[in-house]
Structure formats: structure tokens, C-alpha cells
Design a protein around this ligand. Structure first.
Ligand code: G6P
Ligand code: MG
Length: 226
């Protein structure tokens, strides 16, 4: 059997683990301290967006480099306090089974996150070795919706972009996946994720049959076929 040439590229925050909530709570704490109004609908637009751009969007103006650094650091301290509480295996429901199922069927798995804390979170969860490729905010110059993260992940997997499926909870992530020429499954808010090939409300609703269908548009083929 020839080696699989199909990849599934997972976002981290909000797809694999509930850290999207931590990002929101950390931004909310900073916003409250700065007297800026910030709520969940406003946060929806920040999903998948790098730290600096998120801060600028939250503030609505550029406060200057010194303040930008101070506020980004403050938010990250709040975020890391919450990340400390993550326990090994504490993923969103169904994620462990999905990763194992896809791996057993020969798909190549990658993790692509705008977060500079992505590797730390994977270590806390104990799932770093599950991924053949990991691309995070430390090794890219442009965050989602730019396709750079996903294209780098496909290169590392040695899989063509058109043979990759992106799993994302962010509007910016779906846009990045489409810009990379990949298939997309959106997890969460149907309005925000409207451009995805398919939308589910929770990661647990994804299985290998769905991956096969959306990756190939042909349910008879799969990584083990041929
Ligand atoms: C992910 C999250 C965003 C977060 C970004 C940067 O994409 O969805 O909410 O702002 O990563 O995370 P970082 O940990 O580097 O601040
Ligand atoms: Mg996300």
C-alpha cells in the first residue's frame, strides 16, 4: 500500500481544546481594566487572529508600541494562568477518538495555530506526538486569515494543499483554509463559518467518513484506497 498523501490540519483553540474560552476571558479582563467594552460577539471576530492584531481590534486604535507590548504581555499572563489548569488528556469531547481514528486510517495529521502558546498547550494535553507537523505563531509572519500557517503545515506534511482538510472554529481560519486551496470543516457558529464546505456544532460530530467525503468529494476513495 502506498503511503497516504492526504492531510487533516487542525486548529487548536476551540477545536481540540476549550482554550478559546481562556483567550476570551483573558481579553475580557484586560478590556475591563482598560474600560473598553468587549463581549462574546466582539470576541467571535478575534478567533484565530494573532495577539497583536487582536489587541488592536479590541482597542479600536493604536496606543503606541510601548502600550501594545504592555497590554499584550498582560493578556498573555492572564491566559497562561488559565493554561496552567489544563490537565493531560483534557480535550474537547470526541477529539481523542477522532485523532486516533484518522491516524489509524492513514491520514497525516497537522496542527496549525496562530498562537505562540500552541506547543505549550499541546504539551499540557500530552498530544504533541500525535501530529506529524506543527506550525504555530512563532514560525509565521502572517496569521490567519493569511494562508501561510496552513501552507507551511501542508509542506511539512508533504501533502498537496488540495489534498488537505482544515478543521477550524474561526471565520479567519476558514478564510485562510480557502485561500490555501484546502477543503474546510467549520466547528461552531454557522454565521461566522458560512464559507466552510461543511459546518458542525462540535468537533465530536466529525468522523472519518465525513473527512473522507469532504476531502475527496468521493465517498468511495480514501487514503487506503488504491
Ligand atoms: C489563536 C486564538 C486567538 C489568539 C491567537 C494568538 O488563533 O484563536 O484567539 O489570539 O491564537 O494566541 P497567543 O497565544 O499567541 O496570544
Ligand atoms: Mg480556533
Amino acid at each position: 500500500m502506498s503511503e497516504s498523501k492526504q492531510g487533516v490540519i487542525f486548529d487548536l483553540d476551540g477545536v481540540i481544546v476549550d482554550t478559546a474560552v481562556f483567550h476570551y476571558q483573558a481579553w475580557k479582563k484586560l478590556a475591563d481594566e482598560l474600560g473598553i467594552s468587549f463581549d462574546e460577539p466582539a470576541n467571535e471576530k478575534l478567533r484565530g487572529i494573532p495577539r497583536r492584531e487582536s489587541l488592536l481590534a479590541l482597542m479600536g486604535f493604536n496606543p503606541g508600541e510601548e502600550k501594545i507590548r504592555e497590554y499584550m504581555d498582560r493578556k498573555n499572563v492572564y491566559y497562561l494562568e488559565m493554561v496552567k489548569t489544563i490537565k493531560s488528556g483534557e480535550m474537547l469531547p470526541g477529539v481523542g477518538n477522532l485523532l486516533a481514528e484518522l491516524k489509524s486510517q492513514g491520514y497525516k495529521l497537522a496542527l496549525a495555530s496562530s498562537s505562540k502558546n500552541a506547543r505549550l498547550v499541546l504539551e499540557k494535553l500530552g498530544i504533541t506526538p500525535v501530529f506529524e507537523a506543527i506550525v504555530d505563531g512563532n514560525e509565521t509572519t502572517k496569521g490567519k486569515p493569511d494562508p501561510e500557517l496552513f501552507l507551511k503545515a501542508a509542506l511539512k506534511l508533504d501533502v498537496l494543499p488540495s489534498d488537505c482538510l482544515v478543521v477550524e472554529d474561526a471565520e479567519s481560519g476558514i478564510a485562510a483554509g480557502i485561500a490555501a486551496g484546502m477543503h474546510t470543516i467549520g466547528v461552531g457558529n454557522p454565521q461566522a463559518l458560512a464559507r466552510a464546505d461543511c459546518i458542525v456544532s462540535r468537533t465530536a460530530q466529525i468522523d472519518s467518513a465525513m473527512v473522507r467525503e469532504f476531502l475527496l468529494g468521493d465517498s468511495k476513495s480514501g487514503p487506503d484506497a488504491g
